[in-house]
Write a protein that binds this ligand. Sequence first.
Ligand SMILES: C[S@@+](CC[C@H](N)C(=O)[O-])C[C@H]1O[C@@H](n2cnc3c(N)ncnc32)[C@H](O)[C@@H]1O
Length: 149
Amino acid sequence: MAAAAPAGRCIEIGTSAGYSTLWLALACRAVGRKITTCEILDEKAELARQTFGAAGVCDVVEFVHGDALDHLAGCKDIAFCFLDAEKEIYERCYEALVPGIVQGGILVADNAINLQATLRPMLERALQDARVDALIVPIGKGELVCRKR
Ligand SMILES: C[S@@+](CC[C@H](N)C(=O)[O-])C[C@H]1O[C@@H](n2cnc3c(N)ncnc32)[C@H](O)[C@@H]1O
């Protein structure tokens, strides 16, 4: 999906040690794009840097060490976002992200089924949000997929 998204920025919120970023980086590299990924914890940030160095993906990964919420305000031209941070900040991330997503741009949020109870307010908001077409895809832990209208 990162590769098929319209022109614009590709973002990941919640890097951890960088596993999902590696897949996104492969997709981005295949189509000449870059992925910006954000991690708040010092120890995870260090692991992620090691991962990206060892995997040789530093040319397509822009790593941001800090609170994603500090970087999302006013963020524009978002073509693709993978949201996989602490579930308590999903709703704030969603509200910060959606205005900056380009038409046809895609937001994927992980854990939409296995943590459905925790995420219910955010999921209901997205599924009823007139700015996006949204559905929950029953693969893995459940992916909320939103496409900006
Ligand atoms: C589920 S893990 C991410 C897993 C990773 N996406 C993967 O699949 O390999 C969630 C990560 O989000 C980070 N996180 C939590 N709140 C954050 C915030 N406000 N800004 C940036 N990262 C955050 C956590 O420290 C944690 O490493």
